[in-house]
Design a binder for this molecule. Structure first.
Ligand code: IVH
Length: 672
């Protein structure tokens, strides 16, 4: 029996350890299958020996069946709210206020952390075991959501004993935010819509709805997470700053946000708030601001609280990235690949400092799903650099004048019947001579990453096409100065410059050339890989799907698209005409004084076009070196989405930081 008890305890320790590495640290050291085996073994043993079961066993996350209602929980210390700041001035006023109250002799610094857009929850750990979890409620009394909180894998059922002689506190009331990641939220909504259930309006509502489920089995299926950022009553632990508290929470196995930063003065705090606002769209979860706190607990105590919020903390609210406006009309744009995109023309509205007049509606399926109509009042979102989109219609504001929109069955530009490819949501104009597609192809061909022809803007392209001076991109290379002079507002000098730029563009690289062809799914990065893998255009032209699939990172969709592009007579003639016109490629041998060879790279965050391991392979292949940690000898930090603390360290050490595009360009340049 003793042996079994030992095995059970050993399994629990292992599962807790590996669960913490997986869910909290995001850094597993065993495979999922191995974890599942440990879990299964423990479940079997506990089933056979119910007398050895304990409430904090990792198998006991979903213990209870549905409840009738929620019990009330009175918070030992009230869960306060935060005062909001909307400008730098508000932040400076905050500083002036607390400096005045704290007295001239007090020395303190600040901490800044993201303000997570979820819902506040308090966890109570008694002797290290999770006993009660409650919502904030009105700040004094909340609801008992213990059963549901136990299903959240980032919340430990028992605390980890910290290293050294730090004990697990006798009592720890820890506070934080429970939230749902954006990806999980979208997935949940998709499946709800499929089941005919109403979609949640935003991740916060989804998290709140999920936490307030009477049946924990439902909550268990909703992927929620928690970040801890504060404490209520604590006995048996000491911390004199917010920074120490965060470190203690982390050591106890609780999850804290990695973008937490200590700032020496209010200026630095303010700058960090702006930085968080700038990178806000890169977070996998919603943040609606940054929280500035006085770091020193003694100063916090001296400042005290007002009735609803502490005087020592401030929420700097980001400018909203969503606004309400009205759709004036919807029209359809045809892109380079013939894709028809419905575009909403809006009553102009300022979002995050930019005047937005148009927003994409993606495709017919999206319009139908969201039931968006012309003249609807809608919520428009502008996240980072992406094209603004219509998020939803506010149906309550309808007055009957709204009109249902349906996509045309004919291309609005050339009148050809549109088609829908299997497995695609978009409608396409199948006519390769459609003026919209031709214009798009020209625009792409001359763009920076492609043939990079300076001075060939939209106005000139449109005129060249309209006047019949060019029909295909290869025609550009037969243009004369006289042709250009036929265009409106074009003088001798600019015509000469343009012809020169066109001529000069013939000397290019194989990668740019492939990219310029505008093959679907072949972006700059894939073009670079193709250029590396094929001797010349003829070789690429003759490649079969099988040949292409042998090259790492080229999947079936890309391979199919390339083969089908080259099987088109028109396209092959285009390529021939371009090479006949004198387009030639510089050698692709690695250059001297390489910016990759021998350089040390660290990769952090998620890259959108490849896995981190693939990026690592590319670096090694190009002669670079990889390191796991940022240090003084790091040359570049490649920062993907949600980059984490490495980014801050690299900034602090003044190391070159590359975003994904810059990284790809650097590798490509290396090959050119
Ligand atoms: S501290 C006494 N830190 O924002 C200080 N709150 O508007 C209490 N929140 O109710 C809160 N992220 O739900 C703090 N890093 C963070 C936060 C945070 C999100 C929420 C919390 C609070 C609300 C106040």
């Amino acid at each position: 029996m003793k042996d079994i008890q030992n095995e059970i305890e050993d399994l629990r320790d292992k599962i807790r350890y590996h669960g913490h590495r997986y869910y909290v640290l995001d850094d597993p050291v065993i495979s999922d299958a191995e974890y599942d085996r440990l879990f299964l073994r423990l479940s079997e043993l506990e089933e056979k020996h119910p007398e050895l079961a304990t409430p904090d066993s990792p198998t006991r996350r979903i213990g209870a069946g549905p409840q009738e209602s929620f019990l009330e929980v009175v918070h030992t210390l009230p869960m306060l709210s935060l005062e909001n700041a909307f400008s730098d001035r508000d932040i400076r006023d905050f500083e002036a206020r607390i400096k005045g109250l704290a007295g001239d002799d007090s020395v303190f610094d600040y901490t800044v952390e993201p303000k997570i857009d979820g819902l506040a929850v308090e966890l109570v750990y008694e002797k290290g075991i999770l006993s009660v979890a409650s919502t904030r409620g009105d700040g004094f009394t909340g609801e008992d959501v213990t059963h549901n909180v136990r299903t959240i894998m980032t919340i430990p059922l028992s605390l980890t004993k910290p290293a050294g002689n730090i004990p697990v506190p006798e009592l720890l009331e820890v506070r934080g935010e429970v939230y749902m990641e954006k990806g999980a939220f979208e997935k949940l909504n998709r499946s709800r819509v499929n089941e005919g259930l109403p979609a949640f309006a935003n991740p916060r509502n989804a998290a709140a709805g999920s936490l307030r489920q009477l049946d924990p089995r439902v909550t268990a299926k909703r992927p929620m997470k928690m970040f801890c950022y504060g404490a209520g009553d604590v006995r048996g632990a000491r911390f004199s700053t917010q920074q120490e508290l965060m470190s203690l929470l982390q050591q106890l196995g609780l999850r804290v946000n990695e973008h937490f930063k200590v700032c020496g003065d209010i200026r630095e705090a303010m700058e960090y708030c702006h930085y968080l606002e700038e990178i806000r769209s890169q977070f996998p979860y919603e943040i609606d601001g940054a929280v500035i706190k006085v770091n020193q607990v003694s100063v916090q105590a001296r400042l005290g609280s007002k009735s609803r919020s502490p005087r020592w903390a401030l929420a700097y609210k980001f400018r909203p990235n969503q606004e309400t406006t009205r759709i004036l009309r919807i029209d359809v744009q045809v892109g380079r690949t013939g894709a028809l995109t419905p575009v909403a023309h809006l009553e102009p509205v300022e979002i995050g400092g930019v005047l937005v007049k148009r927003a994409t509606l993606h495709n017919q399926d999206e319009i139908r799903k969201k039931d968006i109509r012309e003249l609807d009042t809608v919520i428009v979102q502008r996240a980072g650099d992406v094209i603004p989109e219509v998020v939803k219609a506010i149906k309550e504001k309808r007055n009957g004048s709204e009109m249902i929109f349906t996509m045309p069955s004919l291309c609005p530009v050339c009148g050809t019947g549109v088609v829908k490819r299997q497995g695609e949501a978009v409608l396409r104009c199948p006519n390769p001579n459609c003026p919209a597609q031709v214009r798009g192809a020209f625009r792409h061909f001359v763009s920076k990453g492609a043939m990079d022809i300076d001075g060939l803007g939209d106005r000139i392209i449109t005129q060249l096409i309209e006047k019949g001076l060019v029909n295909e991109v290869a025609d550009l290379y037969s243009l004369s100065t006289e042709d250009i002079l036929k265009l409106d507002k074009t003088g001798e000098k600019s015509a000469g410059n343009l012809i020169n730029a066109i001529r000069k563009s013939r000397k290019t690289t194989f990668a740019r050339f492939i990219y310029a062809l505008g093959i679907r799914h072949v972006g700059e990065y894939i073009a670079g890989i193709l250029a590396d893998s094929f001797r010349d255009v003829e070789a690429l032209e003759q490649a079969t799907e099988e040949d292409l699939l042998k090259i790492g990172q080229i999947g079936p969709q890309i391979a199919e698209s390339i083969v089908s592009w080259f099987s088109d007579e028109f396209n092959r003639r285009q390529v021939k005409r371009l090479t006949d016109a004198g387009v030639e490629f510089e050698s692709t041998a690695p250059r001297q004084g390489s910016s990759v060879e021998g350089r040390v790279f660290v990769i952090t965050g998620t890259l959108s076009s490849m896995k981190r391991s693939e990026a690592g392979d590319l670096i090694i292949k190009s002669g670079g070196r990889l390191a796991a940690q940022v240090s003084g000898s790091t040359d570049y930090l490649v920062a993907g989405e949600s980059p984490g603390s490495k980014l801050e360290k690299a900034r602090a050490l003044d190391i070159s930081i590359l975003n994904e595009d810059e990284f790809i360009k650097l590798l490509r340049k290396e090959r050119e």
